[in-house]
Write a protein that binds this ligand. Structure first.
Ligand SMILES: NC(=O)c1ccc[n+]([C@@H]2O[C@H](COP(=O)([O-])OP(=O)(O)OC[C@H]3O[C@@H](n4cnc5c(N)ncnc54)[C@H](OP(=O)(O)O)[C@@H]3O)[C@@H](O)[C@H]2O)c1
Length: 258
């Protein structure tokens, strides 16, 4: 029996994730796209909007048991996962005291634990030419006050992914950390909770479409990091030169946080 080649996208029903679904829908080598997120209605809309063979799965990936359920769905299937896009994520931009313990830990569960777990679950179903695309952020380049957990989760993803990529070097599978700057998606609306001390300046915002296109090209070029726009590249270089204490001061000035 011929192996089915699939792409899995988490957080597929909006923003950045939806752009990957659109790109995969145009890829003739992919026979099925697995779209994962919580909101089933929004997942259903994907099927209506995008002309492709899309299978939808409503899962809360901050719950490890539901991540493992994806593994159960793969079991005993003759499948090659060509792309896994670990994209689902959320943020709250505020002081440590403005969010609950549960929400703080949930952010770590989704932004880190689900990414690691789903990657490990999917690797056995990957082969030479397959790609793990983990969505990190420009926020991974430095510690950011008033999004301390979010930026730290993204720093984990960036380091973890690049190290994993080296470990995978003899398999023909690659792992790439995508580090977007601000993108015009729902993430920001959900992250802003009217906190006193929060992000106000979304400098260099771009559409998720252009960032996804570059990320997919970089994955196919077997790169281990994808950075879109001159501004984000500039901050990446600065993060290697300037002391972190100075960067944090500049961040507070840019965001007008006293
Ligand atoms: N927007 C930016 O400026 C920016 C910049 C850098 C990096 N990023 C990263 O890009 C990724 C995508 O975010 P986005 O900007 O596209 O925001 P978004 O439009 O809010 O999309 C987030 C996606 O994640 C899903 N999701 C949220 N919680 C989930 C959970 N517990 N289980 C499963 N799915 C969940 C959401 O669907 P449901 O609500 O239906 O579950 C949605 O599909 C995130 O990892 C984010 O950190 C964004």
């Amino acid at each position: 029996m011929v192996k089915k080649t699939i792409a899995i996208v988490t957080g597929a029903n909006s923003g950045f994730g939806k752009e990957f679904v659109k790109l995969f829908s145009k890829d003739k080598t992919i026979s099925e796209i697995w779209a994962i997120a919580r909101n089933e209605e929004k997942l259903q809309k994907l099927i209506n909007e995008i002309d492709s063979n899309i299978k939808i799965f409503s899962k809360d990936l901050s719950d490890l048991n539901q991540v493992k359920e994806v593994g159960q769905l793969l079991k005993d299937k003759n499948i090659n996962i060509k792309y896994l896009v670990n994209n689902a994520g959320f943020a709250k931009f505020c002081s440590y005291g403005d969010i609950s313990v549960d929400e703080s830990i949930n952010m770590i569960n989704l932004n880190i634990n689900a990414v690691v777990a789903l990657g490990l679950i999917c690797i056995p179903y990957m082969e030479k030419g397959s790609h793990i695309i983990n969505v990190s952020s420009q926020a991974a380049f430095f510690p950011l006050p008033y999004q301390n957990i979010y930026s730290s989760t993204k720093a984990f993803i960036r380091n973890y992914t690049r190290a994993l990529n080296v470990e995978l070097r003899n398999t023909g599978i690659t792992a790439i950390a995508v580090c977007p700057g601000w993108m015009n998606t729902g993430l920001i609306d959900n992250a802003l909770i009217g906190a006193d001390k929060s992000v106000k300046n979304f400098y260099g915002m771009v559409s998720p479409e252009v960032v996804a296109k570059k990320a997919l090209k970089d994955a196919n070029d077997n790169k281990d990091i994808s950075i879109y726009s001159l501004y984000v590249k500039f901050t990446h270089i600065m993060s290697k030169i300037l002391p972190q204490r100075l960067i944090m001061k500049l961040w507070l000035i840019q965001q007008k946080i006293k």
